[in-house]
Ligand binder design. Structure first.
Ligand SMILES: Cc1cc2nc3c(=O)[nH]c(=O)nc-3n(C[C@H](O)[C@H](O)[C@H](O)COP(=O)(O)OP(=O)(O)OC[C@H]3O[C@@H](n4cnc5c(N)ncnc54)[C@H](O)[C@@H]3O)c2cc1C
Length: 290
């Protein structure tokens, strides 16, 4: 198992809400669920390499070259690279990380209490975070590029009923400004000739996610958004290469979906290995009889 970060967990590390849709387990947050999962695999026979940087992958040959110079050869590959938050790519986004960029309203709400904030995005995540921030912030400005919000109707209704929330549709944030910390955003509204600056003490960005498929995209079938296409066995268009979890589930990304897909792929791989082993055993017996 190759993990680019210092430890396993992926998105679970940024889930600060209670997880209530994993059958039989209720966890207060992602880290708690990760602890339970980790206890479940204690003693299992597998190698975990962390802080790994994959240089190239040859899916057909099942060969992986690491930045460190090592090469790995396998019989099957399982891609579980998930998704990551899409970036806006605007000035200030990286510069103010940890200095006014709000990671999560659930986690950081108290740190931003009493400050005017801006939320960028128009989907469920942006709406939910705006509503949470509105509980402690004097004003919340939601800036959305589209004509209307994509968030579910109940979120939209609550947004419109919360007096401290202002929604700007057909508007983009062009820059995040400040000195030591975030102090303002520069907003451009559609059809306006000039952008304007709005003073804020925090910015939260939720503009969707993108699949981690850049290493593989040219070698297998992906959909128009870059998610890997799989069949019912979780197998990709390349034989013995499987994809599980969010990287192959654009419509219903869930923890139970990811673990279920992992179980399917593992079972298919094990069955094929057994079949091949039996096959080679039969060949050896036939050879010795001859
Ligand atoms: C805020 C939030 C709340 C959520 N709440 C819920 C919930 O309540 N219930 C629920 O079911 N789901 C929830 N989800 C979704 C859930 O977290 C995901 O569906 C699940 O974590 C997907 O797991 P995954 O293994 O497919 O991908 P990820 O969790 O994204 O893990 C991918 C892993 O691959 C690693 N990786 C990526 N690229 C490489 C590479 N090139 N080399 C090596 N390693 C790499 C990453 O570092 C990461 O560790 C939530 C997600 C978020 C962000």
């Amino acid at each position: 198992m190759l993990e680019q970060d210092a430890g396993i967990g992926g998105q679970l590390l940024s889930v600060y809400n209670p997880i209530e849709n994993y059958l039989g387990l209720c966890a207060n947050n992602g880290r708690e669920l990760l602890e339970r999962f980790s206890a479940g695999i204690e003693g299992a026979d597998f190698d975990l390499w962390t802080n790994v940087e994959i240089e190239t992958v040859d899916l057909k040959a099942k060969r992986i070259a690491l930045h460190s110079g090592e090469e790995l050869q396998s019989i099957s590959l399982v891609i579980a690279t998930g998704v990551r938050r899409r970036k806006l790519g605007i000035p200030g986004e990286d510069e103010f990380a940890g200095r006014g960029i709000i990671e999560s309203a659930t986690r950081d709400r108290d740190l931003f209490a009493g400050r005017d904030v801006c939320v960028i995005g128009g989907g469920d995540a942006a709406a939910e975070n705006a509503l949470l921030l509105a509980e402690v912030c004097p004003t919340v400005t939601l800036v959305c590029r589209g004509k209307t919000l994509r968030a579910r109707p109940e979120f939209k209704e609550r947004l419109h009923g919360t007096h401290c929330i202002t929604v700007f549709t057909e508007a983009v944030v062009q820059r995040i400004l400040g000195n030591e910390r975030v102090e303002a955003v520069e907003i451009l509204r559609k059809n306006a000739l000039k952008s304007f600056q709005m003073a804020v003490g925090g910015v939260l960005i939720r503009v969707g996610v993108e699949p981690g498929t850049e290493l593989f995209r040219e070698q297998l079938q992906v959909d128009e958004l870059g998610y890997i296409r799989v069949n019912g066995d979780q197998e990709t268009s390349v034989p013995n290469v499987f994809a599980i979890g969010d990287v192959s589930q654009p419509l219903a990304p869930t923890i139970s979906g990811a673990t279920g897909a992992g179980a399917t792929a593992a079972k298919v791989i094990a069955a094929r290995l057994n079949r091949d082993r039996k096959g080679s055993h039969r060949d050896t017996e036939a050879q010795s009889k001859k």
